[in-house]
Design a protein around this ligand. Structure first.
Ligand SMILES: [Cu+2]
Length: 129
């Protein structure tokens, strides 16, 4: 009987320490999920003309998961995006811009979407190589 009690004590100590290590492991994993190390800022040229272009270009990235900031400068034609690489890639961002009619060096909008832009927004397109 004495032997049985002793082994029960050993068992509970073993169980307790196992639970403890599981708890530590879970805490470690959740800290990996909540990491913001993937935030990146990129600047690139987007062809366009006016303030209406600005609304359309920036609008294409509004409420898109992973994008914290998207600003296009009408004077310089430069786009600045702050985004999370775990959620979206730079190519995906440029594709979204092309989908609303605007060219970047990497992705060209289709003729159909470009032709659908208001007259004032039909910017001079970069040459196709
Ligand atoms: Cu415009």
């Amino acid at each position: 009987m004495k032997k049985l009690i002793l082994s029960t004590v050993v068992l509970s100590v073993a169980l307790f320490s196992t639970n403890l290590s599981i708890a530590t492991k879970i805490a470690d994993e959740s800290s990996v999920v909540v990491n913001h190390d993937d935030e990146k800022t990129d600047t690139f040229k987007v062809y366009g003309n006016c303030g209406m272009c600005e609304k359309t270009i920036e609008g294409a990235l509004k409420d898109v998961k992973g994008i914290d900031k998207a600003e296009w400068n009408q004077e310089t034609k430069m786009m600045e995006v702050v985004y999370h690489t775990h959620d979206i890639s730079l190519d995906e961002i440029k594709k979204k811009i092309a989908e609303v009619g605007y060219d970047t060096k990497a992705f060209r909008a289709t003729e159909k979407v470009y032709n659908g832009l208001p007259g004032c927004c039909q910017y001079e397109r970069p040459e196709v190589k």
